[in-house]
Every structure is written in structure tokens, then in C-alpha cells.
Write a protein that binds this ligand. Structure first.
Ligand SMILES: Cc1ncc(COP(=O)(O)O)c(C=O)c1O
Length: 463
């Protein structure tokens, strides 16, 4: 068989694919089957005959539907109401169309000439996100994930604080102020930009991991006394483990007063900016110098699609100073290509997905879906806490809820998670909160309701 795109064969297999996927989503939405499976990797390799396919081929329009079904059967089913483990969005159908189109036309538009429409869509989406984050004059880009977006934001902070660093390397006196609860990509980013882990100064936090704003003066005084200076302060909106928000208003005012770059990691919580009711949780974000906001966490588009937003005009461009003669031509100072703003060169057209989601649904409906998930999380906390054997250590401020089965020890929490995953109806995660292992849920699926949580309470407590 020739390796050439055959439009008729594509249409046949694509129609079959879409039909199977639609049926898969419909069944998952009804709660049929399992939310997750965890087959051993070697079983999956065997069942899907992966090695033989790689070496000998064998897929065609006839065998593909069975392969796809087997593939779907061995993955997580995010549309299932019991899928409440992680912060990945349940893709909505408009955003999914973007990935379908990209798979065929492949317009990686780091430079405009490689996909003018996709590049324009990204610019429009970034402008919209900047506006929603209260940075209408800022500069931003979409990246393949929040981790890369965090790295990019810190590069922008570095260009601001130490513009010589691009040529000379990161100055040894720079430190990053961040709480222990910051997402691990923050620590990694510090190491990647050459600060080393010793470059991180851990900010004092309360028992739930929120930055203690009252301790900032003392931390800065200690840093200064050592002859070091802050690159940036990282605050969460909201924290990965708990979903709780740092006090951006107080922290932001302190950062302004002391000339410290505030990076608000709103990878998960940024989408709450769309809701008039929920955006107060991010009060103070207007004081942030940089913001990360993942569309693939709460905006209904599949991974990856994250935004890095910088308040200062030119502040993102400043992060990257480089030559590459095959794409940057002599007049590139006037060029406005997206790759001047990102680590990536080749990049998927991430903005199109958000554009389609908003274009089909409208911002009000997207905001409503976000509010509904937050409401279900609150209701979940109430239902869980109502059981005498379950402790919920805080009132949720996002879609993330941590809880603990009181009669079980730390290992017991994980045993409950394993038991539930083996049964398949619920996929939970887990996190350490206030020094103790907790179970953790994230409300994502539109079909996850109070009834789902009531069933979860039964399963957790019935072991
Ligand atoms: C607060 C926060 N920042 C950054 C990230 C990393 O985002 P990504 O998984 O898109 O790399 C996460 C992911 O969970 C997160 O919760």
C-alpha cells in the first residue's frame, strides 16, 4: 500500500472513527462501563499487537475500527461521571474539531507563512485572554502546556530583572520565591534556567500550603542580607494539590511595593476569570506581571493549550533573543511571528481549538459550565463531610476537593484509591495536604453530579 494521503480512504476511516468516538462519548456520559482501567503495560502491548503493527503493519479500513475500540477500552474515559481524578478538561465537541482539522492540514504556524489563519486565531485568543486577565496592553503566547508556560514566564521575568542574562547566563544572586505547594514545573523551570534548586527560596505557608503574606518582609530581608535578589515570586491561582488560591491581592500589593515580579500560576484557576461570580477568587491578578492559564484544564479543549501572558508590552519578546538564519531574516525586527514569543519552533495551532469552543458555545455558556463544575465541587465537599468517617479539610475554591477517610491511615487512603480504580467506576487522585495523605477529586465531566458523589461516598466508606 502506498504511503500517500488517500482522500477516499481517509473519509471512510474518519467517518468510522467519528461514529465510534461519538458512541464512546455517549456511553461514557451515561456512566456505562468503567471510568478507568489500569491494565499492565505488557498486556496492552500484547492485546493491541503493537510490536507487530510497528514492524509489519496490518491496519486498514476494515481492521481499524476494532483496533480503535480496543484502544478506547484501555484508556481513561474522561466523559464518564466517575472520572474525577485529574485536572484535564473533558473535551467539548467544538474544540475537538480543531484537533481533527490539524491532523489533516498540519499548519504549524510559528511563522505566519506556515498557517496564516491559525496564527491569526492564536493572536485573537491571546488578546482575549489578556483582556480577561486584566492585561489588555500585554503580550502573550500559547504553549504546549502549563509547564512550558511557567518556564516561559520565568524567562520573561529574567529578561526584566537581568536583561544581560541571555548573553551572560543567569546571575548567581537571583532567587525564586515560591511556596512548597507550587507546581513542580516551577522548580524544574528554576533548574532549567540555571538557578539550580538552591535558587529557590521557599515561602512560609499556612497548613494548607497557602503563602503567608505576613512573612514576606522577613523572607525578603533574609534574601537581601545574603546578597541575593528575587527573580520573581510565584503564587498559585489555584494550587495543584488543594485547588486553594493564594491571596493575590495582598501578595500583589507587596510585590508592587518591593518591585518584585509577581508570577500568578493560574494554570488551573485562570478559567474562573470568565465568570463574574468566580473571578473574585483571582482578585489581585491585575497586579501580576505574568500569568499562566491552561485552556486544556477547564476550557473544554484537549491537551495541549496553555497561555503565558505578560503584562508589559514587549515583555515576552524580550525573553527570547536569538538568531536562526533559516527563519529569522535580516528584516526580522519588523516581523511579528509567533515563534519570537515561545520556546517551541514547530507548534500546533493551539488557538484554533479555543476559538472554536468559544465560537460555537459563546463565552456565557462556557462560563456557565465552569460555574457548574465549581458548584458540584462545593456540593461534593458538603456530601463528603456529612459522612462521619470522612474529613474534608477546607471549603473548595475551585473544582478540586481533597478528603480523607478518617479510620484509614495514609497507606489506607491509597488502598481506597486502588480499590476504587480496580472496580473502575471511579478514578480518583491523591495528594498530601497538611502533611497527611488525602484522596483528591477534580470535577470535570458535565455528567458528574451530586448523585455521582453520593455513590462515591458509599464506595469509599464501604471497604
Ligand atoms: C498550578 C499548575 N501549574 C502548572 C501545571 C502544569 O501544567 P501542564 O500539565 O499543562 O504542563 C499544573 C498542572 O497540573 C498546575 O496545576
Amino acid at each position: 500500500m502506498s504511503a500517500r494521503f488517500d482522500p477516499a480512504a481517509y473519509a471512510e476511516s474518519a467517518h468510522a472513527t467519528v461514529d465510534l468516538l461519538a458512541a464512546h462519548v455517549a456511553a461514557s456520559q451515561r456512566g456505562e462501563g468503567v471510568a478507568t482501567v489500569r491494565p499492565p503495560a505488557e498486556d496492552v502491548v500484547r492485546d493491541l499487537d503493537l510490536h507487530r503493527l510497528l514492524r509489519e503493519g496490518g491496519l486498514d479500513a476494515t481492521t481499524w475500527p476494532a483496533f480503535l475500540q480496543a484502544y478506547l477500552d484501555r484508556g481513561v474515559h474522561l466523559h464518564h461521571p466517575g472520572s474525577i481524578a485529574h485536572q484535564v478538561t473533558v473535551p467539548d465537541s467544538p474544540g475537538a474539531l480543531g484537533d481533527l482539522v490539524h491532523g489533516v492540514i498540519n499548519n504549524p504556524m510559528g511563522i505566519d507563512e506556515m498557517g496564516a489563519a491559525a496564527a491569526a486565531a492564536e493572536r485573537a485568543v491571546v488578546a482575549w485572554m489578556l483582556e480577561r486577565a486584566g492585561m489588555p496592553d500585554g503580550e502573550g503566547a500559547l504553549t504546549h502546556g502549563g509547564s512550558l508556560a511557567n518556564l516561559t514566564a520565568l524567562l520573561a521575568a529574567r529578561a526584566h530583572v537581568a536583561p544581560e542574562a541571555w548573553a551572560q547566563g543567569t546571575p548567581a544572586d537571583l532567587v525564586l520565591l515560591a511556596p512548597a505547594s507550587a507546581h513542580y514545573s516551577v522548580r524544574r523551570s528554576a533548574a532549567i534556567i540555571g538557578m539550580g534548586e538552591r535558587g529557590i527560596v521557599e515561602l512560609p505557608s499556612d497548613a494548607l500550603g497557602r503563602i503567608d503574606p505576613g512573612a514576606l518582609d522577613a523572607t525578603l530581608a533574609a534574601v537581601t542580607a545574603e546578597g541575593r535578589r528575587p527573580l520573581a515570586l510565584v503564587a498559585a491561582a489555584c494550587a495543584t494539590s488543594t485547588g486553594l488560591h493564594d491571596d493575590l491581592r495582598t501578595i500583589g500589593a507587596w510585590c508592587r511595593e518591593h518591585g518584585v515580579w509577581l508570577h500568578a500560576d493560574a494554570a488551573h484557576g485562570g478559567s474562573a476569570l470568565l465568570s463574574a461570580r468566580l473571578r473574585t477568587r483571582l482578585d489581585g491578578i491585575e497586579q501580576a506581571d505574568s500569568v499562566v492559564w491552561d485552556a486544556h484544564k477547564q476550557l473544554g479543549v484537549a491537551g495541549l493549550c496553555a497561555a503565558v501572558l505578560i503584562r508589559h508590552p514587549g515583555g515576552l519578546r524580550a525573553a527570547f533573543r536569538q538568531d536562526a538564519s533559516y527563519i529569522f531574516y535580516e528584516d526580522h525586527e519588523e516581523a511579528d511571528d509567533l515563534l519570537e514569543l515561545t520556546v517551541e519552533c514547530t507548534k500546533a495551532p493551539l488557538g484554533v481549538k479555543v476559538l472554536l469552543e468559544l465560537g460555537f458555545r459563546g463565552e456565557a455558556a462556557v462560563a456557565e459550565a465552569i460555574e457548574r463544575r465549581h458548584d458540584v465541587a462545593l456540593e461534593a465537599a458538603r456530601l463528603l463531610a456529612a459522612h462521619p468517617d470522612i474529613d474534608v479539610p477546607y471549603t473548595p475554591e475551585s473544582t478540586i476537593v481533597c478528603f480523607r477517610h478518617v479510620p484509614s491511615d495514609d497507606a489506607g487512603q491509597l488502598a481506597i484509591r486502588d480499590r476504587l480504580m480496580a472496580a473502575g467506576r471511579f478514578h480518583l487522585s491523591s495528594a498530601v495536604v497538611a502533611g497527611r495523605r488525602h484522596l483528591r477529586l477534580v470535577v470535570s465531566a458535565p455528567d458528574t453530579t451530586a448523585a455521582t458523589i453520593a455513590a462515591l461516598v458509599d464506595e469509599v466508606t464501604s471497604g
